[in-house]
Design a binder for this molecule. Structure first.
Ligand code: ADP
Length: 358
């Protein structure tokens, strides 16, 4: 039997497309609009009768869709486009709605006869995702302050000024403090991830000196350095130009890298924080004499929730480096590690120089 005999009559095909819950637009092989169902007309707020017969780009100015249609037409339908990553956000009847967009080539007898643009309602998923993000942000925020107070109160008890502690009492309090600090770190990381997901990272850029940033970054770690008898030295040339960064976020990266270096370096080790200027970038490096990282993990550790097996992860969550990478990239920089097992690790990231200074 001839293939076309099995197809629906044309009038039925249009009725099917009209009744689809997805917004649907069909163009011919020259990207001229041939069909728009009511749903698509509502989503794009267009008048169907005046749109038919016009080039798609004159009817809908969405850049990504037009680019994809152009690609399909230029390749004669050979190119199978990936999905368009951003959802389309429109207000319909006073309600915000989100649509996933897919553009596909329409092939008949091995020839490109047109393209189909499909708009699927994903409002439900977007809302659930937003709620989840807000939930994580709220919970982490609510946990943070009481946790900080608990850790501070334990520190006060531990320093002995409130009265002598027995050895057992001291050990118990130390355990509370360590777990409290771990929990506070985890909550902080969660909060940062939730915020990063919410919108793309909001940057508050300013010009700051690298030496000052390093001092601020290591200040909260002094106690841990002392406890593990790790020496930290700084190699930062006086002539270094200032960096143009979001200072809070850039400092956080450094605190995290030095914090990791302390965590994964045995007692009595050494950490060096150094910086150098090259090609309008500042390279900041944190070197330690710790456990090191196997080569197969060198890229993976920058993904969320990745931890090196057998490194005794000391209560971390595998989030710090993933967040550090997002922040560095938001500054247009790069972060990477060079490391040899049992010898130590060397994390480097780049930040932009304040151009006015150079
Ligand atoms: P975590 O909170 O687990 O430390 P990170 O994202 O900061 O999360 O680090 C991911 C993993 O990379 C760690 O669990 C650890 O296995 C490894 N790692 C990070 N920094 C170092 C380092 N300086 N030395 C050895 N291993 C490290």
């Amino acid at each position: 039997m001839h293939r076309s005999k099995r197809q629906l009559p044309v009038i039925h095909a249009a009725a099917v497309l009209q009744s689809l819950p997805e917004g649907t637009i069909v163009t011919d092989a020259n990207a001229t609009v041939q069909f728009i169902n009511n749903r698509a007309a509502d989503i794009f707020a267009i008048d169907i009768s005046s749109a038919i017969g016009k080039p798609f780009r004159e009817v809908i100015s969405h850049q990504e869709i037009n680019k994809t249609i152009r690609g399909i037409v230029a390749s004669g339908g050979e190119w199978c486009p990936p999905g368009i990553p951003e959802t389309l956000n429109v207000t319909l009847n006073g309600q915000e709605q989100y649509f996933k967009i897919e553009v596909s080539p329409m092939i008949e007898e091995e020839r490109l006869v047109g393209t189909v643009i499909l708009l699927t309602d994903v409002t439900h998923y977007e809302r659930a995702d937003r709620l989840k993000t807000q939930f994580v942000a709220t919970i982490s925020h609510e946990f943070r302050n009481p946790l900080t107070s608990i850790v501070m109160a334990v520190e006060l008890l531990l320093d002995g000024r409130q009265g002598e502690l027995t050895q057992d009492g001291q050990a118990l309090l130390q355990a509370i403090r360590d777990d409290g600090q771990r929990l506070a770190q985890l909550v902080n990381n969660l909060l940062k991830i939730a915020r990063l997901d919410e919108v793309e990272i909001r940057m508050e850029m300013e010009s700051v000196s690298v030496a000052e940033m390093v001092d601020m970054a290591i200040e909260p770690l002094k106690f841990q350095l002392k406890e593990k008898q790790i020496t930290l030295s700084k190699k930062i040339p006086d002539s270094l130009p200032e960096v143009y960064v979001d200072a809070t976020k850039a400092t956080w990266i450094l605190t995290n890298l030095v914090g990791n270096a302390i965590r994964y370096t045995p007692k009595g080790g050494e950490i060096i924080v150094s910086a150098l200027h090259s090609n309008m970038k500042i390279y900041i490096t944190v070197t330690d004499t710790g456990l090191g990282i196997p080569v197969r993990y060198h890229e993976k550790i920058f993904e969320r929730y990745t931890q090196v097996k057998g490194n005794g992860t000391a209560g971390g969550a595998g989030l710090g480096l993933a967040i550090a990478k997002e922040i560095v990239e938001a500054h247009g920089g790069r972060i990477w590690v060079e490391s040899e097992e049992k010898k130590g690790s060397c994390f480097t990231f780049t930040l932009p120089v304040n151009e006015k200074e150079v």
